[in-house]
Design a binder for this molecule. Sequence first.
Ligand SMILES: Cc1cc2nc3c(=O)[nH]c(=O)nc-3n(C[C@H](O)[C@H](O)[C@H](O)COP(=O)(O)OP(=O)(O)OC[C@H]3O[C@@H](n4cnc5c(N)ncnc54)[C@H](O)[C@@H]3O)c2cc1C
Length: 285
Amino acid sequence: MKIWNQYLLPKTIDTAMSLLLEHEGYARLIAGGTDLLLDIQQGRHDPIDTLIDITHIPELQQITIEEDQILLGSAVTHSTILENQDLQENTRCLVQACSGIGGSQVRNVATIGGNVAHALPAGDGSIALLALNAEARIISKDGERWELMENLFTGPGIPSFDPCKELLACFRFSIPKRNERTAFHRVMRPQGVAIAILNMAIWMQEADEGIVENIRIAVGPAGPVPFRARQTEDFLRGHQLKEDVIAQASEILRAEAKLRTSRHRATKEYRKHLLGYLLKTVMSK
Ligand SMILES: Cc1cc2nc3c(=O)[nH]c(=O)nc-3n(C[C@H](O)[C@H](O)[C@H](O)COP(=O)(O)OP(=O)(O)OC[C@H]3O[C@@H](n4cnc5c(N)ncnc54)[C@H](O)[C@@H]3O)c2cc1C
């Protein structure tokens, strides 16, 4: 089976955008290819005439700090995220999320941008970036814009931007302060190397005596797109993190999450049960 006709390797964002527009309708961006090529090989996606590989564009490979924010290039691989000291020190949820993706061969080529652009409701990187309230820089022929992570998805596998016409360049998110922390945890099938049965990431701001000042909880898959548990967050604000509070929060989370039974992973009931376990785990990490 022929997967593509031509494979292009631009060195700048401008060239990648020109190529994308020049071949509009029959071209697609590719990064590590760990989602896209498998989708084509396994018949979930038609073969593509022109693949435009963005992994040779230095700007998309950068991880930088600007004032109180981290900028993370879309073509940064999961392995690079794990090795980066700034991310290790500041964004545990992202490092924990990327550390579980595939095996090291996958992590060495698969990118954070590809994980988000693939738009699965339980993409591990997407869930961590959602908890971090990240924004994504999207470049199109009309210019560029910053989109909040929570506006970046319209359905399972469908990003709100068009990967045939638009390029996701990087993410930015605030560096957590001293009273803020993040965590990620997931449950996989024992033999599983792909998507989680359920995953969860939090960002939490704590006041004295373990009182939750502010919190963001991201869960996947708990709906058609990566899910923010707003009602649970509202309940937890102002509460002290005690066992009975987490138990009450778990009930609210079970009510607001839109879980379903999946043939390949788990029943809705099992996922409901796991929500409480995951919440307790990320809160205590
Ligand atoms: C064995 C195996 C195990 C895996 N395990 C996990 C796991 O545990 N958790 C998990 O979440 N995922 C997992 N994955 C899925 C996959 O590895 C990740 O989603 C990965 O991050 C995708 O990145 P990529 O660079 O390979 O994307 P690609 O396959 O190159 O691209 C994916 C999609 O994104 C688009 N795209 C890529 N980059 C951009 C960009 N910069 N701008 C616009 N569009 C873009 C492409 O056009 C394509 O539609 C696994 C995959 C395999 C094969």
